[in-house]
Design a protein around this ligand. Structure first.
Ligand SMILES: [Ca+2]
Length: 454
């Protein structure tokens, strides 16, 4: 007998990664405090309070119909008087005979009694009398449970243990949850039933992973455990250290809808992968500003557009027509335009829209500009010297602004060119019109005044 004890003891030490105890302590069970804090005599229970102190919090609500007692590691059914029919045992009245109480507990599984812990028949059982008694707080009655306990439907009556009386084999031990009183009852009596399971939900080994199809989504896990995470740049997310059970995954992100809105996955004995969500961008882009220069002298006008979108801008549409373009209109530009060619001179309005890849269209934005021609024949202004030349007949006079004209000109007509005019063509500035290009005289001639060729 001594030899057997030593062998068992050696196995225990070598397989326990958490306990490093002296040999005299290793086989000892540690007895917890009773909960009694009032003292009624010198060195009584309430005075000395011997035993292992209770953890704080004493209980953890696992959110799946189970409660973990952090003192003993036991997992209890949250509902202390479930009346579901289990294992063929009808329990509408709550109490059962001892035999039926065993059968009922042995067949309890996830889906019954508010359980979503993934437990299967065989994991639950009737507690022994020491386990049942471990719930009692001797400082309290009605019920005799620790303050703030998270259990529901606790009945002020006796509950069966699985322990049979040593002398009277047709009796089993029970515990009165109202007062903590431990007694024996004949097994044909009807006591209440409170199932327990060993803390087999740990170690918490499993993971749930998937893809939201968008970066930065908040992913909420609910069910057998509650957690949140944020999807990575590639949309992936993962929850780890999970017990077996049923879980629901719900992604959210401002400006997006997800299909499906949430997904439920049951973890049994391996990691779970949730099918990818489809994220749909529903937020249209916003144009913050459209800016045109104040005093242009050409029809090709630099444009500055400031716009933003939650998913990125996929196209720009610039037009002098205020009609809203179709998403598939060929006039969309995938790149940010830096200038716009107006159809003519005078006060012009540019309308701008932007779209995102999902086809969301911004509100219309606009800016106006008054375009002055760089050249003029009679009362008609032109955006470029070449435009004026093309419109000119031999013998015409072209007036040009005191401006830098970045163009070349080939002359095959008989023309006169007078430069250095101010913006309103009402006077001359004294500075010549500067032509920064090649001036070629072909079959015609050019009579010039106030022109510099650079
Ligand atoms: Ca968008």
């Amino acid at each position: 007998m001594q030899r057997l004890f030593l062998i068992l003891f050696t196995v225990f030490i070598h397989h326990s990664p958490f306990l490093i105890l002296h040999s005299a302590q290793a086989a000892q069970a540690l007895v917890p405090e009773t909960g009694q804090t009032a003292s009624y005599g010198v060195r009584d229970d309430g005075d000395l309070r011997p035993g292992v102190a209770w953890p704080d919090p004493r209980f953890t609500d696992n959110g799946n119909g189970t409660i973990t007692d952090n003192l003993t590691g036991l997992i209890w059914l949250q509902n202390a008087n479930c009346t579901d029919t289990v294992g063929g045992i009808t329990k509408a009245g709550g109490s059962l005979s001892w035999d039926n109480a065993l059968t009922w507990c042995n067949n309890l599984s996830s889906g019954k009694c508010g359980l979503s812990d993934g437990s299967s028949a065989g994991q639950w059982r009737l507690p022994n009398v020491v386990e049942l008694k471990s719930l009692i707080d001797l400082q309290r009655v009605h019920p005799g449970l620790p303050s703030g306990h998270p259990f529901g439907s606790v009945v002020a009556w006796v509950y069966w243990s699985s322990s049979t009386h040593a002398t009277y084999k047709n009796y089993a031990w029970d515990v009165d949850m109202d007062s903590g009183f431990v007694s024996k009852r004949i097994k044909g009596s009807r006591d209440y039933v409170w199932p327990v399971r060993i803390g087999t939900s740990g170690p918490l080994n499993y993971s749930i992973s998937g893809n939201t199809s968008v970066a930065g989504a908040t992913v909420t896990l609910s069910g057998a455990a509650n957690a949140t995470t944020t999807s990575a740049a590639d949309g992936t997310y993962s929850f780890s250290s999970l017990s077996a059970g049923s879980y629901t995954v719900t992604p959210t992100l401002a400006g997006y809808t997800f299909t499906p809105p949430s997904q439920t996955v049951t973890v049994t004995n391996q990691n779970a992968t949730v099918p990818a969500f489809t994220a749909t961008d529903i937020a249209p882009p916003v144009i913050n500003s459209v800016t045109l220069p104040s005093s242009p002298i050409t029809c090709i006008i630099p444009v500055t557009i400031d716009a933003t979108d939650n998913a990125g801008i996929a196209g720009y549409y610039l037009s002098e027509n205020d009609a809203t373009p179709a998403i598939g209109d060929p006039g969309w530009s995938a790149t940010l335009p830096t200038n716009f060619t107006f159809a003519g001179l005078g006060t012009r309005t540019l309308y701008v829209w932007v779209k995102d890849a999902a086809g969301n269209l911004s509100a219309r934005s606009s800016a106006s500009v008054t375009i002055v021609g760089v050249a003029k024949i009679g009362a008609v202004e032109y955006c470029s010297l070449n435009a004026a030349y093309n419109a000119a007949s031999s013998g015409d006079t072209i007036w040009t602004l005191d401006a830098l004209l970045n163009e070349s000109l080939t002359v095959n007509k008989l023309l006169k060119l007078i430069g250095s005019y101010d913006l309103t063509y009402s006077g001359r500035t004294g500075n010549p019109t500067a032509l920064k290009g090649i001036l070629t005289i072909g079959t015609g001639s050019l009579n010039v005044d106030g022109l510099a060729v650079r």
